[in-house]
Design a protein around this ligand. Structure first.
Ligand code: AG3
Length: 285
C-alpha cells in the first residue's frame, strides 16, 4: 500500500470484520510468517499495539490489549468456582490464559493445543505469555482438544475454551457435540468459560450457541468485556455449569491484574437490551 504521508510503501495487515469493514495495522517489523498444518501464522510489530499474533488472518493477541481478553476469560470462572484446583485449557497455545490461571492457588493446569507451531512461535516471540508453560503446575499437551476430552479419565473444576473464531481448526470447539463431551469431564461444581464472539458482528452465532448450550447445561450465562482489537471492540463469553445457579464470586485480591476486579465481574453480566432479547437470556439487569 502506498502511504502518502511517508511517500513510500509500507506494509499493512488487515482483518475484515465484514465484507466492507475491519481493522488495519501498520507493520513496523514483520517478525514471522508461516503456515502450519492447521493455519497461517503471522506475527508482526505495530507501533501502537506492539507485537501482534494473527491466525488465519484473525487477530488473536497484541501486547497492548491481551490482558482484557485473558483476564476476562479466566478470572470470572476461577473466582466463581468455590475451590478450583484442576484446570483444563483447550487452545490458548500462546500461554496467556495459562498465565492468568496460575495466579490462583491451583494444583494442576492442563493445556491442550492442537498446533505445536503456535506453541513454538509463542515461546520465541511472546515470551511474556509463554513463560507460564514452564510452571511446574502446568502440563502442555499437543492434541486435538475434542479428542483429548473424549479420552480424559479425570474431571476438571474449571475448563477454559480459548479458541479462535468458528472457522478452521477452531470450528469443532464451537460445536454442540464438543460441549456434550465436555460436560462429562466437569467436576460436580465445575464451570466452563468459553469465548463466543462479538455481540455486534456475530449476534446470530451467539444466539444459536445460547440455544444449544441451554439444552446441554442447567446453568448458562453470557457476559461481555472489552477487547479493542477484536471485531466490535466488545467480546462475549459464556459460562456453563451442571448446577443451575452460579455461586457469588469470591472477593480475594489477585496480584498484577490490569482489568478484572469484583465490580467489573458484576458489571460484565449486565447485557444490553438488544443482546438480552437476541439471547432470550435470563440475566440480571
Ligand atoms: N482467542 C480468541 C480470538 C478470537 C478473535 N477473533 C477475531 N479476531 N475475529 C485468542 C487467543 C489468545 N490467547
Amino acid at each position: 500500500m502506498k502511504d502518502e504521508t511517508l511517500n513510500h510503501s509500507v506494509d499493512e495487515v488487515r482483518e475484515y470484520h465484514s465484507d466492507s469493514c475491519g481493522i488495519f495495522f501498520r507493520v513496523e517489523r514483520s517478525v514471522y510468517r508461516g503456515r502450519s498444518q492447521f493455519q497461517s501464522i503471522e506475527i508482526f510489530d505495530n507501533p501502537f499495539f506492539g507485537r501482534v499474533l494473527m491466525l488465519d488472518g484473525l487477530v488473536q493477541t497484541t501486547i497492548r490489549d491481551e490482558h482484557y481478553y485473558h483476564e476476562m476469560l479466566v478470572h470470572p470462572a476461577m473466582m466463581t468456582h468455590p475451590d478450583p484446583k484442576r484446570i483444563l485449557i483447550i487452545g490458548g497455545g500462546d500461554g496467556g490464559v495459562l498465565r492468568e490461571v496460575l495466579r490462583h492457588p491451583i494444583e494442576k493446569a492442563v493445556l491442550v493445543e492442537i498446533d505445536d507451531q503456535v506453541l513454538d512461535v509463542s515461546e520465541k516471540y511472546f515470551p511474556w505469555l509463554a513463560a507460564a508453560k514452564k510452571d511446574p503446575r502446568a502440563e502442555i499437551i499437543v492434541d486435538d482438544g475434542n479428542v483429548y476430552i473424549e479420552n480424559a479419565s479425570c474431571s476438571f473444576d474449571v475448563v477454559l475454551i480459548d479458541s479462535s473464531d468458528p472457522v478452521g481448526p477452531s470450528s469443532v470447539l464451537h460445536a454442540r457435540d464438543f460441549y456434550i463431551r465436555l460436560k462429562k469431564i466437569l467436576s460436580p461444581e465445575g464451570i466452563i468459560a468459553a469465548q463466543v464472539g462479538s455481540p455486534f458482528f456475530h449476534a446470530a452465532v451467539l444466539a444459536d450457541k445460547k440455544e444449544f448450550l441451554a439444552e446441554i447445561f442447567p446453568g448458562v450465562r453470557f457476559y461481555v468485556g472489552p477487547v479493542p482489537t477484536y471485531p466490535g471492540g466488545t467480546w462475549c463469553y459464556a459460562f456453563m455449569s451442571v448446577k443451575p445457579d452460579f455461586p457469588e464470586p469470591r472477593n480475594e485480591p489477585l496480584e498484577g491484574l490490569k482489568y478484572y476486579n469484583p465490580p467489573v465481574h458484576q458489571g460484565a453480566f449486565a447485557l444490553s437490551e438488544a443482546l438480552k432479547i437476541r439471547l432470550d437470556a435470563d440475566q440480571p439487569d
